[in-house]
Write a protein that binds this ligand. Structure first.
Ligand code: ZN
Length: 289
């Protein structure tokens, strides 16, 4: 797989081998990128604690990278910030290896069933029991090492979002409840909605402080000020969509009205985001929904 003579099969294998990049976040704490989402790993004598597991096809490479960290080793505790494939691709391997997989109960419920997104017909297969979260919670919890976690009950992205806070390094992993780049996916099929994006950012502000490094599932790290700026933007968009909903408008009219126009230079075309957001309002607020 390293030379041109190695053949087609090998070059295909090379294309599928992800390059995992490691960035220190503080004592024994690392950001791992390249496996499908941002992953936070803490090493220690009791094994590695990892937040999210990347895509399944990258699980082996990720496990190798984690084992090679200073004081690294096998993952003993894995958090799923929500059910999406970018977060849960290491569940099968780590579940079989006996790791504790922590998630909100709603995340386990989604992983127990086949899911099809109505907007693009993308299908997700239910997980075998060994790959499902084996330690679920409803509100919050803590590990012996001091790591705290809790439910982001606003449904920013799904109805099973969680945060994990590392107090020693002042790092907060929030999954897709905040985005580091581009417009978020509003997965209203499994509970996310535009009002939840606003509520989730407010909740993140109550868990973080002004020096906290906030790790979204995608894109660069966020500061407390970044969260405040996002809250301002999504709050404006939410208000505008709500006004249109109250006037009886629908998703296509919402997209046409360009309610996120002034943010597009920085964020990119918002049409898909606005359509999903409007649909999410229907799912949450419409009297006949
Ligand atoms: Zn997601």
């Amino acid at each position: 797989m390293k030379t041109a003579a190695a053949g087609v099969a090998a070059s295909r294998a090379f294309a599928q081998t992800p390059r995992i990049t490691i960035t220190p976040l503080g004592d024994n704490l690392y950001l791992l990128t390249g496996a499908g989402c941002n992953i936070v790993g803490q090493t220690g004598p009791e094994g590695v604690v990892m937040v999210d597991g990347g895509l399944a096809q990258n699980a082996a490479a990720l496990a190798q990278a984690v084992a090679a960290l200073p004081n690294g080793g096998p993952v003993r505790t894995l958090f799923n910030t929500h059910w999406h494939p970018e977060q849960t691709g290491s569940n099968a391997a780590l579940g079989m290896a006996g790791a504790t997989i922590i998630a909100h109960e709603n995340t386990r419920l989604w992983l127990q069933q086949n899911i099809t997104w109505p907007w693009n017909h993308q299908q997700f297969k239910k997980f075998p029991k060994i790959a499902q979260p084996n330690k679920t919670f409803y509100d919050k919890g803590a590990l012996d090492s001091g790591i705290r976690y809790g439910y982001i009950s606003d449904a920013a992205h799904t109805d099973g979002d969680l945060y994990v806070y590392f107090p020693q390094q002042n790092v907060l992993a929030v999954g897709d409840a905040a985005y580091g780049q581009g417009w978020p996916v509003v997965d209203w099929w499994t509970g996310g909605w535009i009002g939840g994006i606003v509520g989730g950012l407010q909740r993140i502000q109550t868990v973080a402080n002004k020096d906290t490094k906030i790790v979204p599932a995608q894109g660069p790290l966020l500061s407390f000020a970044d969260i405040a700026a996002q809250l301002d933007m999504y709050g404006n968009i939410y208000d505008r969509l709500n006004q249109m909903l109250n006037k009886g408008r629908g998703p296509s009219e919402g997209v046409e009205a360009k309610p996120a126009k002034e943010y597009e230079a920085k964020m990119g075309n918002s049409d898909e985001f606005i359509r999903r957001s409007f649909e999410s309002l229907w799912a949450y607020l419409s009297p006949d929904a």
